[in-house]
Design a binder for this molecule. Structure first.
Ligand SMILES: Nc1ncnc2c1ncn2[C@@H]1O[C@H](COP(=O)(O)OP(=O)(O)O)[C@@H](O)[C@H]1O
Ligand SMILES: [Mg+2]
Length: 315
């Protein structure tokens, strides 16, 4: 990991126009992703994860706040050149491989669509060679290029989705629940493929999931989001070892344990937003331990600090 900030999101807010006014899907969202890092964004359905991903790739407009890529603003009005660069460098992989591929197009077209848009080839032969290379990289046969999406399984379709992103040689991949819609039996294969690709290509990942167990073994750091606000952010092992926020604790309590006896004794914690006393003592974003942030008010911070395990020094 080079440690350079690749992406930075500052105080992001996304409002949607809905019947009778506006709905704030995301607010006060701040985090950064280092180059080469796998950053997890975890929270239940409807918490705003996809909205954040789509704001980064400029599909959703940021109502306020800033999004920076290599230190440069990429939200709001930007130049055509920068827009083209962002389209190539930041790619998004979607949750549902059945819905995200154009059913009437052959794999060859689907995988090269981004190439057409960015004119990243000089001859039909070069384009075909790039498609072939991308298919091989995701573990598919080059002859699949002439087939249609419905001929493939969910796992293969997700591989096609990954190939169509990879062909543009992106730096940052936003993986929006890429394995949630897949059969349990093939999830690990797709996850392993993504890990291998990250290593071989030096990719940076924003990995979105609704379940902490999925991201535990692949992420460096995790942000936990609840109702449009990030409530906790820490290095993955730190978060699992000493979670502070009651919402994080609730999510962790639902993570399956490999030991069947421990699994049976497991107590699932239910998060009750009323446990916070925010009427007069308002919560803000605070660093409780090194690199470990939590949304808390004064009284909560005091309690968290008492329980904070000492942080081992980084080498
Ligand atoms: N285009 C939109 N218009 C109105 N509301 C939206 C729109 N997109 C998302 N939302 C709402 O924003 C909230 C967050 O959605 P989303 O980011 O998709 O959550 P997640 O990906 O965490 O499941 C949800 O309540 C959703 O209904
Ligand atoms: Mg989503």
């Amino acid at each position: 990991m080079s440690g350079e900030k690749l992406l930075e999101v500052r105080d992001l807010r996304v409002d949607f126009k809905v019947k009778g006014g506006t709905f704030t899907a995301v607010q006060d969202v701040s985090f950064h992703i280092d180059e080469g890092e796998t950053f997890g964004l975890v929270g239940e359905s409807g918490s705003g994860k996809t909205t954040i991903g789509r704001a980064i790739v400029r599909i959703n407009e940021a109502s306020s706040g800033e999004i920076l890529y290599r230190g440069e603003r990429i939200d709001g009005r930007i130049t055509k050149e920068l827009d083209r660069e962002i389209v190539q460098k930041i790619q998004m992989i979607f949750q549902d491989p059945m819905a995200s591929l154009n059913e009437r197009a052959k794999v060859d077209y689907i995988v090269s669509e981004g190439l057409y848009n960015t004119r990243r080839f000089s001859s039909p032969g070069e384009r075909e060679a790039l498609v072939e290379k991308a298919l091989l990289e995701v573990g598919l046969l080059p002859e699949f290029a002439t087939r249609f999406p419905h001929e493939f399984s969910g796992g293969q379709r997700q591989r096609i989705g990954i190939a169509r992103s990879l062909i543009l040689e992106p730096e940052l991949l936003i993986c929006d629940e890429p394995i949630s819609a897949l059969d349990v039996s093939i999830r690990a294969q797709v996850l392993n493929l993504m890990s291998a690709l990250q290593k071989s290509k030096g990719l940076t990942y924003l990995f979105i999931a609704h379940d902490l167990s999925v991201v535990r073994f692949i992420t460096d750091r995790i942000a936990v989001i609840n109702k449009g606000r990030i409530v906790e952010l820490a290095a993955t092992e730190e978060l699992f070892r000493s979670p502070f926020h009651p919402y994080t604790k609730a999510l962790l309590s639902a993570v399956p344990v490999p030991d069947p006896i421990a699994e049976r004794k497991k107590r699932i914690i239910v998060y009750d937003p009323a446990c916070h006393d925010y009427a007069t003592d308002k919560p803000t974003w605070r660093e409780i331990a090194q690199g470990h942030f939590v949304l808390a008010n004064d009284r909560e911070e005091e309690g968290y600090r008492k329980n904070a395990a000492p942080i081992p020094a980084k080498e």
